[in-house]
Design a protein. Structure first.
Length: 300
């Protein structure tokens, strides 16, 4: 019969990992933000939920696709706008503050790491809270664009639908032909969220910074990501090739399961705050030290 592990056991294992590797790169994904009310993309088997996402090339060349995106975003945006960091975000900021992690690389576009107080954060896929003009590159707050959408499309104000990841919503408006798009107030150009859409590549300069972060790190800690998208999975491959240990906190399967030294199937909001306590309260509060737990390739 398999041995049962408590949340504190899991937290102790992560604390030991970070105690041994205080320059670990923390790679976070959508699973970290579900406790903040933002749905994630995939089920526990890593399969994508719902309809296929809008692709960047389609958005840029088709006004019909732009209408579909902005109509759904107008309805779904309030959920994302109201989201706040959860205990997992706060614990990562706390671990950074006491020097127990290196930098944070997030696949999320929700901006919650910054709200939680993390400083060394690279947003690999951009930030949904900003919008860019495709003609003149002017930048606008997403909240400003929401005001445009509400003014131009009062018939959709107050509409409700099941929220989807990144401010999307499960609704297909029937009157898209009359839906008015937001526009750049500087040049009248087309607006697009300042994020990496499916079908697009992470900007080369951002990729270079992320790769440098992985090279500087002494280990990799994956939090809340299935790693099904290659832009995240590649860092596990880099860490393994360099002989750097990899730990993961994730509910369900990941693409890198066979590369992991430690895997904990729990939520970050439960495990990471207790791991932080091992450093801030552990030896003084409980009379015990951080346990010495060897990496053995085990899946917990």
């Amino acid at each position: 019969m398999a041995e049962a592990f408590t949340i504190r056991d899991h937290a102790a294992r992560i604390a030991a990992f970070l105690d041994s590797y205080p320059r670990a790169l923390v790679l976070t994904g959508a699973g970290l933000s579900t406790a903040s009310g933002i749905p994630d993309y995939r089920d526990r088997d890593g399969a994508r939920r719902g309809k296929p996402p809008i692709h960047g090339p389609d958005f840029r060349k088709s006004e019909a696709v732009q209408r579909r995106y902005w109509a759904r975003s107008m309805i779904g945006w309030p959920v994302l706008a109201q989201a706040r960091p959860n205990r997992g975000h706060a614990a990562i900021a706390g671990l950074e503050r006491i020097g127990r992690i290196g930098s944070v690389l997030t696949q999320n576009v929700d901006g919650l790491h910054g709200q939680a107080g993390s400083h060394g954060v690279l947003e690999l896929h951009g930030n949904i809270h900003t919008v860019v003009c495709l003609e003149c590159s002017a930048m606008f707050p997403r909240a400003f664009v929401q005001g445009q959408l509400a003014e131009f499309n009062p018939q959709m104000t107050g509409a409700h639908a099941t929220p989807l990841p990144d401010g999307d919503a499960s609704v297909e408006p029937t009157a898209l032909a009359s839906f008015r798009l937001p526009y750049c107030t500087c040049c009248g150009g087309t607006l697009m969220p300042n994020v990496v859409f499916f079908g697009d590549n992470v900007p080369p300069a951002r990729t270079a910074i992320a790769l440098e972060q992985m090279e500087r790190a002494d280990a990799l800690l994956v939090v809340g990501s299935s790693l099904m998208v290659y832009s995240g999975f590649r860092f596990c491959r880099m860490a393994r090739a360099a002989g750097k240990p990899i730990a993961a906190i994730n509910l369900g399967r990941t693409r890198a399961d066979d590369l992991l030294d430690i895997k904990i199937e729990e939520t970050a909001e439960h495990v990471l705050p207790l791991a932080l306590e091992w450093f801030t309260k552990g030896s003084h509060h409980t009379g015990t030290d951080i346990p010495s737990i060897p990496l053995d390739g085990g899946i917990l």
